[in-house]
Write a protein that binds this ligand. Structure first.
Ligand code: SAM
Length: 209
């Protein structure tokens, strides 16, 4: 199953940025900057962007830690190739992309000062999400922040219908993610807070190890 999902993302990587631009129209990456600022990352920090995709958050985060380092991890080689191209185009020297499964990270404990994850926690189904959250906690240093961004339930009726259809397609679990996300996070991290961004379309959840 995981192999098919990886292949799906490899294929999707060719259109991913184009579709995101079309959908969000956020060409200045303001939401990614908002996420980056919320982490409170300081120059010199070591940051992990989990399920980095084409590296949009990782490359933005690198601006906040020019003397530090950002690692973008994803299990899709297609996505990683696009992410590396993006970092090269921007001339970034402190961003590295590695192939890794969120449920089993190849990093030592307490390795990161910040972990981010954008639009991917909902993609992790079954035990994968639980293991991934445990892994995030393991690789974060004590007291360090984990910040994730996801779509908020849309207000526009047709879009809301499609949003719920997507959740339903993920089975009972899809619906449970949204209902129980704060409880799930609070059971693993401390100080979990949730806010809706000014667009009303995106939510940001931050917690600490
Ligand atoms: C919707 S994309 C989000 C990409 C990026 N974070 C962003 O905000 O544009 C979800 C990403 O999660 C990755 N992903 C899904 N399951 C994963 C897993 N088990 N381990 C690592 N990456 C995974 C996919 O390859 C894909 O790049």
């Amino acid at each position: 199953m995981r192999r098919y999902r990886r292949k799906y993302y490899d294929f999707f990587s060719h259109f991913y940025d184009w579709i995101i631009n079309l959908h969000s129209k956020d060409r200045s990456l303001s939401l990614r900057h908002y996420l980056a600022k919320k982490t409170g990352a300081r120059d010199g920090d070591t940051v992990l962007d989990l399920c980095t995709g084409t590296g949009s958050v990782a490359t933005v985060m690198s601006e906040y830690v020019p003397k530090g380092m950002v690692v973008g991890a994803d299990f899709s080689m297609g996505m990683l190739i696009k992410a590396r191209e993006k970092a090269r185009r921007k001339g970034l020297k402190n961003v590295f992309f590695v192939a890794a499964d969120a449920a089993s990270l190849p990093f030592r404990p307490d390795a990161f000062d910040v972990v981010t994850c954008s639009h991917a926690i909902y993609e992790l189904t079954g035990q994968t999400r639980k293991f991934a959250l445990e892994e995030i906690k393991r690789v974060l240093r004590r007291g360090a922040p984990f910040c994730m961004m996801e779509h908020e339930e849309p207000r526009q009726p047709v879009i809301r219908f499609l949003y719920h259809l997507r959740l339903r397609s993920m089975g009972r679990e899809g619906r449970q993610i949204v209902k129980n996300e704060m409880q799930e996070l609070k059971s693993i991290f401390s100080e979990a807070t949730r806010e809706i961004t000014s667009t009303g379309k995106t939510k940001l959840i931050c917690a600490r190890k």
